[in-house]
Design a protein around this ligand. Structure first.
Ligand code: AP5
Length: 213
């Protein structure tokens, strides 16, 4: 099963992708997490991506597509995967479809987690992230068991560099301009579904599970 998670920054794609990955035993592939890991490790890829991310812009398609196709060619993706944050532009979606077509495969579900922009700004201000394992928390809605420490791997939780209010506004603008056209793209393929992302985490998860099953 190949699933694409769509939605604005902070809509809860990552939170749901993590839960889906654990329920269905599929890898959670987040391009954002891959970029952040590279930034933390100081790699060339990380250095290149950082400027774009800090500005709330997208990393260029050519680089992102190469990275993603390489990741999903790993053995752990043989039975499918959950893509979180990819594709983000029509050229990215087309590049993925071209690769899948070579294997006579396609995306099975594109799930859009819908949250209005106003809720997003509030969610981002309370987000805390683990840069080691990618787990995400919220000070109010999904707090870690021990303040400032990741439940999953025990690492320190941080505020993401791109969660500053000004950057969040840019990320939202980028989303509406470049990523929202994917809604029509996947509607045309007949794989598009929408869930109300303003509900609590478990209710959103139940809605997605109903679609998949
Ligand atoms: P990326 O890491 O993909 O960020 P994003 O899409 O902006 O998404 P977020 O991770 O911010 O949010 P999310 O929807 O996963 O929400 P979350 O579950 O954390 O990308 C970052 C940057 O990398 C981009 O700006 C770009 O520069 C670059 N990039 C990445 N992929 C790229 C690509 N394909 N092409 C080009 N550039 C790319 O939830 C948010 C908060 O809300 C959390 O605190 C969470 O705990 C809380 N929360 C979640 N669900 C709920 C709920 N139901 N109720 C209450 N709180 C909730």
């Amino acid at each position: 099963m190949k699933i694409v998670m769509l939605g604005a920054p902070g809509a809860g794609k990552g939170t749901q992708a993590e839960k889906l990955a654990s329920k269905y035993g599929l890898p959670h592939v987040s391009t954002g997490d891959i970029f952040r890991k590279n930034i933390k490790e100081g790699t060339e890829l990380g250095k290149e991506a950082k400027g774009y991310m800090d500005a709330g812009a997208l990393v260029p398609d050519e680089l992102t597509v190469r990275l993603l196709l390489d990741r999903v060619s790993n053995d752990d993706c043989d039975l499918g995967y959950i893509l979180d944050g990819f594709p983000r532009t029509i050229p990215q979606a087309e590049a993925l479809d071209r690769e899948l077509a070579k294997l006579e495969e396609k995306i099975d579900f594109a799930i859009n987690v819908e949250v209005p922009d106003d809720n997003i700004i509030e969610r981002m201000s309370g987000r805390r992230a683990c840069l080691k394992c990618g787990a995400t928390y919220h000070l109010q809605y999904i707090p870690p068991k021990k303040e400032g420490i990741c439940d999953e791997c025990g690492s320190e939780l941080v505020i993401r560099d791109d969660d500053k209010p000004e950057t969040v506004k840019n990320r939202l603008a980028t989303y509406h301009e470049q990523t929202q056209p994917l809604v029509d793209y996947y509607k045309k393929q007949g794989v598009y579904h929408e869930v109300d992302g303003t509900k609590d985490v478990d209710s959103v998860f139940d809605s997605i599970r109903d679609i998949l099953e």
